[in-house]
Design a protein around this ligand. Structure first.
Ligand code: SF4
Length: 184
């Protein structure tokens, strides 16, 4: 039932034209993973490779995330991975507030179906969605209550940097490894 419900949302996302991000996308990227998982990772938005393949966290940032997951004995198909916006912002710019608001119902419905125990936010836009008011440099590697309006009613939030940030700034990689090792 969960898989069927998630697949139905994915089909809606793939056809969605609710915001301007639909205009330049190649494919929307609904997210993927195990429908019965207790752990959901949420990033910012698709990049170039994700837009081409229609899958989240492929390419270099995806490899880094998979390596971090392996550190704690998880495979990507055992968790669920998605983004705050499901279509690529042109040139990998930041998503605009109205674009995040337009896409929020999809993420909320995914959370309501998955009902996870843990939501791991990757980067500041995901952090601001689930645990508004905190900054990533202050709260990475720590747990926080989640705003229940996100649909993740019973989940604890855990903040991490975005893997793409660790690709740009090598020193963040160790920080991300420490944070992943401490994941609750
Ligand atoms: Fe629709 Fe979200 Fe894509 Fe905007 S980003 S077109 S709301 S799926």
């Amino acid at each position: 039932e969960r898989k069927a419900a998630l697949d139905a949302i994915a089909r809606e996302v793939q056809a969605c034209r609710r915001c301007r991000l639909s205009e330049q996308r190649t494919q929307a990227v609904p997210g993927e993973g195990h429908p019965d998982t207790e752990v959901v990772f949420v990033g910012e938005g698709p990049g170039q490779n994700e837009d081409r393949l229609g899958r989240p966290f492929v390419g270099a940032a995806g490899s880094l995330l998979e390596g971090l997951l392996a550190m704690v004995g998880w495979r990507r198909d055992e968790v669920f991975i998605t983004n705050v916006v499901k279509c690529r912002p042109p040139g990998n710019r930041d998503p605009e507030p109205d674009e995040m608001a337009a896409c929020a119902p999809f993420l909320r419905r995914q959370m309501e179906i998955l009902d996870p125990a843990l939501v791991v936010t990757l980067g500041r836009f995901s952090l601001q969605t689930f645990m508004p008011g905190d900054t990533i440099s202050r709260v990475h590697g720590t747990t926080r209550p989640i705003d229940p309006a996100t649909g993740a009613r019973a989940a604890t939030g855990y903040a991490m940097y975005h893997p793409a940030a660790a690709l740009r700034q090598v020193s963040l990689r160790e920080t991300m490894e420490r944070d992943m090792a401490a994941i609750p």
